[in-house]
Design a protein around this ligand. Sequence first.
Ligand SMILES: [Zn+2]
Length: 216
Amino acid sequence: MTTILEREVPIECAGEIQTLTLIAHYDSRLRKTVRWSVQGDAITVRIPPCVRRKEVDRILEDVISRVRRDRDRARQRRDRALQRQDADLQARARALNRLYFDGELTWRTIRWVGNMQRRLGSCTNGGPTDGDIRLSERIRSWPSYVVDYVIAHELAHRKFPNHSSAFWAYLARYPHMERARGFIEGVAFADGAVFEEDAGLAPADLPEAGGGNRPL
Ligand SMILES: [Zn+2]
């Protein structure tokens, strides 16, 4: 195979610029059809020798626009899947609220986020983002009674924005609380106490004054 060119190609996807490497070869095993593949950040295009050099640029532009379109579509699919998952989360929170808290709790949004490592969840109380509940993507695959516990925990913070004994007594309405906390402690232990800074695992800590983003 003879390499025709290798260059960096910026591709815009949902407002983000990704730089891919485009490599084009002449491949004598090909008769007429151009073949291309994307692996990671590299686009490899194999071109039959009968294609003239001046046509190559047009072919490469075509390949790049297809890659851009595929990435856009994949991005849209991902966004739609995330919206569905957040809708599921919302339904789950409503069910827990109804089952264990007499439907008395209110919140604004509940969603999965990928940027929480040590915290399992958080809930804002006060301020412009009052009532935003976030759950770490990390726990998504954990048993559902544990995920439900984390949701219930964050919901309960809407009534008690602290870890007071009243908070724990209220959260104990969720029947699998002890079992779920045992699971979380077990994961923390196995991972070398990765959650040790999580205030939510302490039996009680001082209530925070005012708003702010509260860990589990
Ligand atoms: Zn908490």
